[in-house]
Ligand binder design. Structure first.
Ligand code: TXA
Ligand code: MG
Length: 330
């Protein structure tokens, strides 16, 4: 199957109505979309990504008003967060109605729902009379795509159409929020931070993203978002020492000079490249550039990619989470 990249919304709509897949832009990462109410289309998503069927999919809707069609109840905290942040990079885990098949939720009684903030995709969703199931449009386990070419690299010949909405603004996947017995639990960190959620709801919020506690949600497991070249994060000086005779790519923030300086007085002749995620040390910019830079680092023929972690607040938590999951156990 030839894969076309374009900006034709009606072409995207036609494919989706026929039960075919289309990659769609969102403000977080590109999604691989199919009709969420058509099990054949949903199965195609799992196959195109090589994704195991026990990993559930997020469904995308054009507005919060549509949510009640698909879920049994809407907790008041969910409504408050939706008013504050939807459309936007936040996903809600809510008790599903039978119209959502067990294939989409991998047997869970809850469905993940998100109203994405990208104008193209919102328009597309408005034109359709069904929601779109869409995981990130990468091969299972690899780094998420943040532009149309990234999608093409991973999925060409597997899907007919990529709707090109330009580079993604946020750069890391949506924050996933769960609601249980009046408690609010963040299951995946993202642009909408734990601090913002707690401030909006005026109550404490639990952060529970550890892999051990959620073996049924492998999107939250280790060895996700991973480059093929081993990636390690931590103290740059120690790491550079450890891999002194290997070909290394350094990744970090600040200027090139600052990143090189961070490894101390080590022979730099083995450094293949030094990649800055944000020269100005701006965390939103770090998140926006993270996946594209990881993908670039993966093309340089290095033995290892070394990076440091970032201040663990706001979107920094999401960046650190993705880096740690991309990390190779050596
Ligand atoms: O920003 C995003 O959320 C992007 C864009 C395309 O919307 N989507 C995305 O999808 O990141 P995906 O499939 O790569 O990650 C979704 C995560 C997975 O870790 C999955 O296990 C979890 O959400 N998830 C989906 N449905 C769930 C459910 N019913 N219960 C628990 N976890 C769920
Ligand atoms: Mg994913």
């Amino acid at each position: 199957m030839i894969t076309e990249i374009g900006v034709d919304l009606s072409k995207a709509e036609d494919y989706l109505r026929k039960g075919e897949l289309v990659a769609i832009p969102t403000e977080t990462v590109y999604g691989l979309a199919g009709n969420a109410l058509n099990d054949d289309a949903v199965l195609k998503i799992f196959h195109a990504k090589d994704r195991p069927q026990f990993n559930p999919l997020i469904i995308h809707l054009p507005s919060w008003q549509m949510v009640e069609k698909y879920v049994e109840e809407i907790p008041v905290d969910a409504s408050r967060l939706a008013s504050a942040f939807s459309p936007g990079p936040i996903t809600f885990l809510l008790r599903k109605k039978p119209i959502i098949s067990d294939l989409v939720t991998a047997g869970s009684p809850k469905v993940a729902i998100r109203i994405p903030g990208h104008p193209f995709t919102l328009q597309l969703l408005t034109q359709l009379d069904f929601p779109l199931a869409a995981p990130s449009a990468n091969r299972f386990g690899y780094v998420s795509p943040v532009n149309a070419m990234h999608v093409y690299e991973g999925l060409h010949l597997r899907i007919p159409y990529i709707l090109d909405g330009g580079p993604c603004e946020v750069g890391v996947e949506s924050t996933i929020v769960d609601f249980e017995d009046g408690e609010v639990i963040v299951r995946r960190t993202g642009k909408i931070s734990v601090e913002q959620i707690a401030a909006t709801l005026q109550k404490p919020v639990r952060l529970e993203t550890s892999a051990e506690k959620h073996p049924v949600a492998p999107g939250m497991l280790h060895s996700h978002y991973a480059t093929t070249t081993p990636l390690l994060c931590g103290n740059m000086q120690e790491l550079a020492q450890k891999f002194a005779n290997k070909k290394v790519v350094l990744m970090g923030w600040g200027t090139m000079e600052q990143i090189i300086a961070s490894i101390g007085k080590i022979d730099t002749s083995n450094i293949v490249a030094c990649l800055s995620l944000s020269e100005q040390k701006n965390m939103d910019e770090v998140a926006k550039h993270l996946f594209a830079t990881m993908r670039k680092a993966d093309t340089l023929g290095a033995d290892v990619v070394l990076t440091h972690l970032f201040p663990d607040v706001g979107i920094g938590m999401a960046v650190n989470d993705r880096l740690q999951r991309a990390q190779t156990d050596i």
